[in-house]
Design a binder for this molecule. Structure first.
Ligand code: ATP
Ligand code: MG
Length: 353
């Protein structure tokens, strides 16, 4: 079913061109610092220039999410990864602002609990996957298993793996296992959208200072974040390796320039809209038989109208809407006689009304 929000072919192409620079081509070798600019803004001048774009993205997402839920065939998993202060929370808040909260779940993954450490490394993520029709957002995700766990190997020690499982290149093996798991999910109707918010070291410094300087932001500051900042290069190496090995045809990574929050939000919105557009979920249609059954129920309900009440209170509104549409088209103008009367210019005016 075509909707008011459907994009034209030209708009779709513009959207595809807009998100193309963010894509990590499957199989490519990434050096995050060299290949992606955190300050990129696709020629958009400033926040003001992007307001309409973000609003349009939010509107489209809301429309597509309603269809996704109604069709109940596909589920969407959004994976958000970033360094501290890159704006994961704000991005979720803004991009998802128009979406029905019933259809979206956000899961934030912290240091694993004792129970979680007693299971295989994907267990806690698998147990929080979205259902069909839903959008699930992982705020941090299974990718921490090849990021923080790699940068701080003591995390791996806590995972109580048998010796044989830590032999060889454990990270390469985890990449393969993650790719296989994501392939399995996508084969079964779950689309995975992977977004890495790419913040520069300098912008992180400024954002930390802001958290220290503004009393309302103090709560966001954690001394641990500054300790992690010391490991910037190690994280960058881990991110580059992760992007190189886990951007696949079925679940590619997008590196989102995050030095400007407003741009990151537009970019994330654009990638999500594109994904949903590709899935193209539709409202289910009613079969002839179902329509007949609905008519019978309708007749029975109309027959139960108490005295003085309208048989169908919506009928009048429907009739009025029809009349209004007709008059907007000009169909309700009194017919001119077939011959005589109107001259050509008059008809021309009437036709163009
Ligand atoms: P905020 O924006 O509120 O700071 P956050 O995602 O940084 O959000 P925190 O509670 O500050 O949340 O930090 C969560 C911590 O959990 C991070 O330091 C992260 O590295 C850690 N973590 C997440 N997953 C794992 C994991 N699998 N193993 C070890 N540590 C993990
Ligand atoms: Mg934190």
């Amino acid at each position: 079913m075509a909707t008011r929000q459907e994009l034209t072919a030209k708009q779709r192409q513009r959207l595809a061109d807009f998100i193309a620079p963010f894509l990590v081509r499957p199989g490519s070798k990434v050096s995050l610092a060299k290949d992606f600019d955190p300050g990129f803004k696709a020629g958009l001048k400033n926040k003001k220039a992007g307001v309409a774009l973000l609003e349009e993205g939010v509107r489209l997402l809301s429309e597509y999410q309603a269809r996704l839920a109604a069709q109940d065939t596909w589920g969407v998993l959004v994976v958000l990864q970033a360094l501290d202060a890159a704006g994961k929370d704000g991005t979720v808040r803004h991009v998802m602002s128009g979406v029905n909260p019933q259809g979206v779940q956000v899961h934030s993954f912290k240091v694993p609990s004792a129970e979680e450490l007693d299971h295989d490394f994907l267990w806690r993520y698998a147990s929080r996957l979205p259902a069909r029709g839903d959008i699930g957002i992982f705020n941090r995700s299974h990718y921490e298993e090849v990021l923080v766990v790699r940068v701080h190997p003591e995390n791996l020690d806590r995972q109580k793996l048998p010796k044989a499982s830590t032999k060889g290149d454990i990270w390469k093996r985890r990449y393969r296992e993650i790719n296989d798991w994501e392939r399995y999910l996508s084969d079964n109707g779950f689309r995975i959208v992977k977004l890495f918010l790419n913040l520069s070291r300098e912008e992180q410094r400024v954002r930390f200072l802001r958290r220290l300087d503004l009393p309302d932001h103090n709560w966001k500051f954690s001394a641990a974040d500054v300790r992690e900042r010391e490991r910037w290069d190690d994280y960058h190496r881990a991110f580059s390796e992760m992007l190189s090995h886990t951007s696949t045809e079925w679940a590619p990574w997008h590196v989102i320039p995050a030095d400007r929050k407003w741009f990151a939000r537009i970019a994330v919105g654009a990638v999500l809209v594109t994904t949903l557009m590709e899935l193209d979920p539709r409202f289910p249609t009613v079969t002839k038989q179902q329509r007949q059954a609905l008519s019978e129920v309708k007749r029975a309900l109309e027959a139960q109208a108490p005295e003085g009440a309208a048989r169908d209170p919506f009928e009048r509104a429907r009739r009025d809407a029809k009349t209004a549409a007709k008059s907007a088209r000009g169909d309700d103008k009194p017919q001119r006689p077939a011959t005589g009367g109107a001259n050509a210019s008059e008809l021309g005016v009437e036709r163009s009304e």
